[in-house]
Design a protein around this ligand. Structure first.
Ligand code: NAP
Ligand code: GDP
Length: 324
C-alpha cells in the first residue's frame, strides 16, 4: 500500500475472521505506531444490510474506503448449509454483487474477498489448487454457498477486464477461534463440539456424541493466523488470481482427532461416541498452500492443539456473550 491516506473497510468485521483481523491490527498498533496511518473500519450487519444495494452504497459513501476486505456472508456449518441452500445462494449473491459494485463505483483501489476450500469440485484430484475453482460441481450439501462464492471470482475477473479494478480473492480452509458462531443449529464443527461438550459437562453426561463417523478430514486454521494472512494479502498480494490460505497438507486432521483435542482442552473424562445417522459431508477437501508458501516463506501457523486450547479457554471465559 502507498503512503497516501488508507481507509480499510472490513465487511463482516463483527464475525470470527473480522474480529481476528481487528485483534491483529490492535496488536500491530501497540508495537508500531506507524500503522496509525491506516484507518481500519470493522462493520457488521447492524451498520448495513449488504443484501440491500442502497444500504451498501450508503456505507461506502459514509466511509469512502480506499481498500476493502470483504468477509460478510451468510456462513454456516454442514447441517445449516444442507437445510438452506437457496438462502445461502441468494443472500451471498446479493451481498457480493452489491459490495463489489460499490467498490467499483467508489473507486476502491483494492478488494480482497473471501472464498472457501469447501467450494471446490466434489470430484477432484488432490491436492486441490487455485486453478480448480470452476472445474466441476461442488458437493451437493453446500451447492448454494459454493456457487455464490465461485461467482466472486467471476465478478473479480469482469471488473478487472472491463474496468481495470484490482479485486482479488483468497480461499481459506476451515477457520475456528474466538468470536466464532457457537450456536446449536448453524455452527461449524469446532465451535459446535466446544459448545456441546461444555453443555455435556455442565449436565454431568458420561458420553458425548460427535455427529457423523468422525472419519472426514479437514484442514483447520486458527482465526488469528488467517487474520495475519488477510492483512498480508491486502498489503502485498497484487494478482487478481485466487490464493489458497491454508495450513499444510500434512496438518489435515480427522473430525475424531479434532474431537479428542477438544476433549483434552475441556478436561472431559467421558466417552466420545459417533452418531452415524448424521451426515459426514465432504470426505476431504485437501488443499495445497504451495503458492502461499512461495510468496510468504516464513509464515508460522499456530499448532492445532494450542489453538484449540486457546479457543476453549476463550469460550469458557466469554460464554455469556458469545453467539449461542
Ligand atoms: P461469521 O463469524 O458468521 O461472520 C459473518 C459476518 O458477516 C458477520 O460480521 C455478519 O454480521 C456479516 N454478515 C452476514 N450477513 C450480512 C448482511 N446481510 N449484511 C452485512 N453483514 C452481514 O463468519 P466468518 O467465519 O467470520 O466468515 C467470514 C468469511 O470467511 C466469510 O466470507 C466466509 O464465507 C469465509 N470463510 C469462513 C470459513 C469458516 O470456517 N468459518 C472458512 C472459509 C471461508 P453480524 O454478525 O453483525 O450479523
Ligand atoms: P464442512 O467442513 O464445510 O463440512 O462443515 P463443518 O465445519 O460443519 O464440518 C462438518 C463435519 O464435522 C462433518 O463431517 C460432520 O459430520 C462433522 N461434525 C461432527 N459433529 C458436528 C457438529 O456438532 N456440528 C457440525 N457442524 N459438524 C459436526
Amino acid at each position: 500500500m502507498g503512503p497516501e491516506e488508507i481507509v480499510v473497510l472490513v465487511t463482516g468485521g463483527s464475525g470470527l475472521v473480522g474480529q481476528g483481523i481487528k485483534s491483529i491490527i490492535e496488536d500491530e498498533r501497540q508495537l508500531d505506531p506507524n500503522t496509525q496511518k491506516e484507518q481500519w473500519i470493522f462493520c457488521g450487519s447492524k451498520d448495513a444490510d449488504l443484501r440491500n444495494k442502497t444500504e451498501t452504497e450508503a456505507l461506502f459513501e459514509k466511509y469512502k474506503p480506499t481498500h476493502v476486505i470483504h468477509l460478510a456472508a451468510m456462513v454456516g456449518g454442514l447441517f445449516h448449509n444442507m437445510a438452506h441452500n437457496l438462502d445461502f445462494f441468494r443472500d451471498n449473491m446479493s451481498i457480493n454483487d452489491n459490495v463489489l459494485y460499490a467498490s467499483y463505483k467508489y473507486k476502491v483501489k483494492k478488494v480482497v474477498s473471501c472464498l472457501s476450500t469447501c467450494i471446490f469440485p466434489d470430484k477432484v484430484t488432490y491436492p486441490i489448487d487455485e486453478t480448480m475453482v470452476h472445474n466441476g460441481p461442488p458437493h451437493t450439501s453446500n451447492y448454494g454457498y459454493s456457487y455464490a462464492k465461485r461467482m466472486i471470482d467471476i465478478l473479480n475477473r469482469g471488473y478487472h477486464d472491463q474496468h481495470g479494478c484490482k479485486f482479488t480473492s483468497v480461499i481459506p480452509c476451515n477457520v475456528f477461534g474466538p468470536h466464532d458462531n457457537f450456536s446449536l443449529t448453524s455452527s461449524h464443527v469446532i465451535p459446535a463440539l466446544i459448545r456441546r461438550m461444555d453443555d455435556a459437562m455442565n449436565n454431568g453426561d458420561s458420553t458425548f456424541s460427535v455427529w457423523g463417523s468422525g472419519t472426514p478430514l479437514r484442514q483447520f486454521i486458527y482465526s488469528l493466523d488467517i487474520a495475519k494472512l488477510f492483512v498480508w494479502t491486502l498489503r502485498h498480494y497484487d494478482s487478481i488470481e485466487p490464493l489458497i490460505l491454508s495450513v499444510d497438507e500434512e496438518d489435515e486432521v480427522s473430525i475424531s482427532k479434532a474431537a479428542e483435542a477438544i476433549k483434552k482442552a475441556h478436561g472431559f473424562t467421558g466417552e466420545i461416541i459417533y452418531d452415524t445417522s448424521k451426515a459426514d459431508g465432504q470426505y476431504k477437501k485437501t488443499a495445497s498452500n504451495k503458492k502461499l508458501r512461495l510468496l510468504y516463506r516464513d509464515f508460522t501457523f499456530t499448532p492445532f492443539e494450542q489453538a484449540i486450547h486457546e479457543t476453549v479457554t476463550w469460550f469458557k471465559e466469554n460464554r455469556e456473550h458469545v453467539r449461542l
